[in-house]
Design a protein around this ligand. Structure first.
Ligand SMILES: [Zn+2]
Ligand SMILES: [Zn+2]
Length: 318
């Protein structure tokens, strides 16, 4: 590989020092040779790396930023990932979007990096994840990593995001994924928005759109905005609403039928209580709970509380 990777921490748009101990812990064991700057004795400003798998890299810099030149794929990228995880630094490929470990870091990036940056949470940030971002493989196409949606953790599994090779109708970029759920707006395209435009809030802003109808319960306006405008919605028979618990929005786990709900007795109880509140006789409630179908109505929608992990559900039908 001929390009380079830059690793740096940002606070308020400016570079901030990374933890030197973390850099030493990660790089010293694989440093073959190094030269020390006259003005910063103790810490090398150039290192020749050789990783356990034989991969190599030339590394320049120190706590204010590290540049990996002529790096091999493999273990060297795992080291870059480990440094990013441990220091909270951003990985900036020479050619490709910056990689953040948390959405909270986006606002600290210099302006030019903000919109494009991709969030890869620490457990998922590996050398392999960095490879996906820096070397898309047209032959065997691997999809880019999806943005992180706290209230909709796996939108591919729930059916709200699907693989697509079409450019996004909002940003014009081929992101590899398309949102397939509902869009609530007067003048929004019905289909073709990528999940990044949802995550960044650009689609909501451009089309004055939301992706769910209402948020039920008492949560802060920030949570409501995050759910309605920056989270992929889901397809329902009636207008979808988002459940809340413990003062926060819940995570949507997907549509569910009687079969899928058996693993979530707390969600079934929650549904049973709602049916009882409709003054249905008990037999009718049990018939209803036994007739739920993931693909054809009536359908339940399963959620998990992000605070206490309780499962909740509501159901609707045509
Ligand atoms: Zn887009
Ligand atoms: Zn809860």
């Amino acid at each position: 590989m001929s390009y380079s990777l830059y690793l740096c921490r940002f606070v308020g748009g400016d570079t901030a020092p990374m933890d030197e101990t973390a850099i030493r812990d990660v790089l010293d064991p694989v440093t073959l040779a190094g030269t020390t700057a006259a003005d910063s004795p103790g810490s090398p400003e150039f290192r020749e790396l050789e990783a356990e798998d034989g991969g190599t890299a030339d590394v320049y810099g120190g706590t204010r930023g590290l540049t990996f030149h002529r790096f091999s794929p493999g273990r060297v990228l795992d080291l870059v990932a480990e440094l990013a995880r441990r220091t909270g630094a951003v990985v900036i490929p020479g050619d490709g979007p910056a990689i953040l470990t948390t959405e909270a870091h986006r606002r600290h990036l210099p302006e030019g990096f903000r919109a494009e940056a991709i969030v890869v949470p620490p457990p998922a940030l590996t050398g392999q994840a960095i490879s996906l971002v820096i070397s898309p493989q047209p032959e065997v196409r691997q999809r880019p990593i999806l943005p992180q949606f706290p209230y909709h953790p796996n939108p591919v599994a729930t059916g709200s995001v699907a693989a697509s090779d079409e450019p996004c109708v909002c940003c014009g970029q081929e992101r590899g994924w398309v949102y397939t759920g509902p869009v609530y707006a007067a003048d929004a395209p019905a289909a073709g928005i990528c999940p990044y435009c949802i995550a960044f809030g650009t689609a909501a802003e451009r089309y004055d759109a939301s992706f769910a109808d209402t948020v039920e319960g008492d949560v802060s306006q920030d949570v409501v905005t995050e759910i309605l405008e920056r989270t992929p919605g889901f397809t329902t028979w009636q207008s979808p609403h988002w459940l809340t618990h413990c003062g926060d929005g819940t995570a949507f786990l997907g549509p569910a039928g009687t079969k899928e709900l058996t693993a979530y007795p707390d969600a079934i109880d929650h549904l049973r209580r709602q049916c009882a509140a409709w003054t249905w006789p008990p037999e009718q409630v049990e018939d209803f709970l036994g007739s739920l179908d993931k693909d054809g109505g009536p359908t339940a929608y399963l959620f998990r509380c992000r605070v206490c992990a309780a499962h909740l559900a509501y159901a609707d039908f045509t």
